[in-house]
Design a protein around this ligand. Structure first.
Ligand SMILES: [Zn+2]
Length: 591
């Protein structure tokens, strides 16, 4: 059973969270155009992140660092780059280097790769990339539990998390870091029960410096929390996708009949956060480890989550995930099942590599089937068609199975001026609780399955159609979801916080096979989303929908819809997705 803290204490800490006083913020002139520059303040006021650092309009997304203390320079790659004294290792096998074994091997990150990556951050992010305002860090801060000779323990996971969190804070002292739990940050991996446990308490300890005081209680109960990265303006919600993950056998996958399931409860918690953010006119990024795809999320969790994305499209700026090592994006569509990424129809797209199937099927089954988005879509089309899609971006990893890589995003900081009432710099936040807040919370937290609630949750998934009872019920009532979505927000229309571009930065580990402790490694810019062949004007959902169709080689005219021609951009996208693991596509320097 999942016993959560009472509504009373929940309200208590929320009240705490809302009772602070607005700090002075910048008073620069209103900017009508989209810009990434924060103007020099005309007075002493400056817009800052939560740690008081003036905004740069950039943030970092990093994921899957997987530091491995058992990594050994010179060990064979046959055994996860671990040291074996016995003779079973194949003498002809590749050997792990000081930094990494190079791409293509199942080894976690050497301590030197982690340290040199963080050194690179210290030296280059501020100086060469203009600095960042916050970090979204999507999990797996411990090695994989894949070697029977070196079984992982709970305390090892916690120690690994403590060490890497300390290093990240040391590297980025003036930047809020929002970390989400990875499936390898718990013991045993993938498995997490609802409610407070020794695991969540230990993780809360390891992440103590990252979690705001008022969020600690909820983190200990569910492993999720929210951080305001720009005070009163922008938040990052680190949600716990392990409660939605099909690999987590300790939960039931958001069943409609059990409101106490940790996933169902998590969905309700998310809904409350969105309602409060909307009330406060704030926006939020969603960050988690396991991306919302057909094979990885329980279907009912996916359905309930997709409902939230649609309902709160005015609040949500975007979603970032890790876990898969593959750089790619996937759309969620309101009231539609997740895309099938298991059946590939055509053989047109020939790429020689180990595991290219997933992104290829995504291109074929989703990108190529998206509606055509004209350059100047009508507001009706935007609202009723584009507005039903939301975008999940999955980041590449530091773990050197492919080339270690991460992204620096830029976002629109125009319009970040204080509201008139803030001008005296010391005004208590006016956007407090909605008047009906208590009843709102009561309703959401009550364990009831009313007709209305069922309405809200009825899904049309193929898999559920197999369930004849539900099918009958649905047919009989002709129920439709009664969701009133918010206005199109920064994910759809250029405005404050709209993501504008990203730079994909990578380390060509093949160039560092002779590295020593003295070697200085240099992460390099692989590409910018504004560059050829992507040429993305910004990173809104309609921009991504247009890009997706180009990647799928779908002709613009409706007549020729079915005819696809894979182009350079398709291969470039695949190369960038499986960075370093597609040798046939050539060297990254060639692009
Ligand atoms: Zn993972």
């Amino acid at each position: 059973m999942f016993s959560f803290f009472s509504v009373f204490s929940y309200l208590q800490w929320l009240t705490l969270a809302f009772s602070f006083v607005l700090k002075p913020v910048a008073l620069d002139n209103p900017q009508s155009s989209i810009t990434n520059e924060v103007e020099t303040p005309s007075s002493g006021w400056r817009i800052t992140n939560t740690k008081g650092k003036p905004l740069t309009g950039r943030f970092l997304h990093i994921t899957d660092m997987h530091p491995d203390e058992f990594y050994r320079d010179g060990a064979t790659v046959d055994h996860y780059c671990h040291d074996y004294k016995h003779a079973s290792a194949n003498s002809k096998s590749s050997k792990a280097g000081f930094l990494s074994p190079g791409p293509g091997f199942e080894c976690d990150s050497s301590p030197s790769l982690i340290n040199k990556t963080l050194d690179w951050f210290s030296k280059h992010i501020e100086n060469d990339y203009g600095g960042i305002d916050f970090i979204i860090w999507t999990g797996d801060n411990s090695r994989h539990d894949n070697d029977n000779h070196f079984p992982r323990t709970k305390s090892e996971i916690i120690t690994s998390n403590e060490k890497i969190v300390d290093k990240m804070i040391e590297t980025f002292p003036d930047v809020p870091i929002v970390a989400a739990i990875g499936n390898n940050d718990v013991y045993p991996h993938n498995i997490m029960e609802g409610g407070s446990s020794s695991m969540t308490q230990a993780l809360a300890g390891a992440w103590d410096a990252l979690i705001p005081t008022q969020e600690k209680h909820v983190f200990e109960k569910g492993g999720y929390y929210m951080v305001e990265v720009i005070p009163h303006r922008l938040a990052v919600i680190a949600f716990n996708s392990l409660y939605f993950s099909t690999k987590n056998a300790a939960v039931d996958g958001c069943p409609k009949k059990d409101p106490d399931d940790p996933g169902s409860f998590h969905i309700r918690w998310l809904r409350i956060q969105f309602l409060l953010l909307r009330q406060r006119k704030m926006n939020a990024w969603l960050a988690s480890h396991v991306p919302p795809t057909r094979d990885q999320w329980y279907i009912d969790c996916y359905d309930a989550f997709a409902d939230l994305l649609y309902e709160f499209r005015d609040v949500i700026v975007g979603q970032l995930y890790g876990h898969m090592n593959i750089n790619h994006f996937v759309f969620l569509e309101f009231n539609k099942p997740p895309v099938d990424t298991s059946t590939l129809q055509s053989r047109d797209l020939e790429v020689a590599t180990a595991q290219p199937k997933y992104v290829k099927t995504l291109i074929e089954n989703q990108y190529g089937e998206l509606p055509f988005v004209p350059d100047k879509p009508s507001s009706k089309f935007m609202d009723e068609t584009v507005g039903k899609f939301s975008l999940a971006s999955v980041g590449g990893s530091i773990v050197p199975e492919m080339f270690p890589n991460f992204r620096i995003y830029t976002y629109n900081t125009s319009g970040l001026n204080p509201r008139p009432s803030d001008l005296d710099g010391n005004v208590v936040v006016s956007d407090s609780f909605p008047k009906n807040y208590t009843s709102l919370v009561d309703e959401l937290f009550e364990d009831k399955t009313t007709e209305d609630n069922e309405d809200l949750f009825i899904s049309n998934y193929e898999s559920m159609k197999k369930n004849s009872k539900r099918k009958k019920k649905k047919k009989k009532n002709h129920r439709k979801k009664k969701i009133q979505p918010g206005a199109l927000g920064p994910a759809y229309v250029p405005m404050t916080f709209t993501p504008l571009s990203f730079q994909q930065i990578f380390l060509n580990t093949s160039d560092y096979m002779d590295a020593t402790s003295e070697t200085e490694v240099d992460y390099k810019l692989l590409y910018d989303s504004r560059d050829q062949p992507y040429n993305m004007p910004s990173l809104t959902v309609p921009d991504y929908m247009r890009l997706a169709r180009r990647i799928a080689g779908v002709c613009e005219s409706k007549k020729k819809k079915k005819k696809r021609r894979y182009r350079e951009i398709t291969y470039t996208y695949l190369w960038h997705a499986y960075i370093g693991a597609l040798p046939r596509l050539g060297d990254p320097d060639d692009f």
